[in-house]
Design a protein around this ligand. Structure first.
Ligand code: COA
Length: 154
């Protein structure tokens, strides 16, 4: 099954919004970063089952804004394959650094660490200050954002 999953880059306008909303509940925020981002899709038999959005935030620095796999296709290795492809694409673009912020310190943390992300800092109260509605994940309200990063060696 994994062999038939292909990672492709598409125009941001082609990004599957239903998938992106799983990782970020604010459609208006997604629309803002989507416009200036690269969009990678995990495709299985012509269907988009995963998506990842990466935005340049400073010279040589990119931020992974969103990564999501359809619930029906999670835990099959698709997210890991998509994440590795994105890391390699950003490295190939001669970037110095790829960052990601997460409010969930559960399995997602291991998902990123496994591919080489290191803990960088904590953005206290990020979700309280930046989202109008409280966000819950597994019954826990998201408050602080953990910032992770991969620094590419030349
Ligand atoms: C995070 C996400 C993209 C991972 O995609 P995926 O295709 O399930 O990832 P993989 O199959 O490559 O799994 C990677 C590891 O995470 C674990 N994992 C994935 N989903 C999990 C879940 N819901 N609960 C516990 N562990 C989970 C897998 O077990 C796997 O570890 P293993 O190889 O030791 O079994 C996907 O779970 C998702 O879309 N989640 C909702 C959106 C989200 O939280 N995005 C990240 C925002 S920070």
């Amino acid at each position: 099954m994994m062999d038939s999953v292909h990672i492709i880059e598409t125009a941001p306008s082609e990004a599957p919004m239903d998938l992106l909303l799983q990782a970020d509940p604010s459609e208006s925020k997604i629309k803002v970063y989507l416009n200036r981002s690269r969009c990678f899709i995990a495709a299985l038999n012509g269907e988009s089952v995963g998506a990842c959005i990466v935005q340049p935030i400073a010279p040589g620095v990119h931020e992974l804004m969103n990564i999501s796999v359809a619930p029906s296709h999670q835990k099959m290795g698709i997210g890991g394959k998509l994440l590795r492809h994105v890391i390699e694409s950003i490295r190939d673009a001669k970037a110095e650094r790829l960052e990601v912020g997460t409010g969930t310190f559960g399995y997602q943390l291991a998902f990123y660490q496994r591919e080489g992300f290191r803990v960088d800092s904590i953005d206290k109260d990020f979700f309280l200050l930046n989202y109008e509605e409280p966000i819950y994940e597994d019954g826990i309200q998201l408050k602080d954002m953990l910032r992770l990063a991969i620094t590419f060696t030349k």
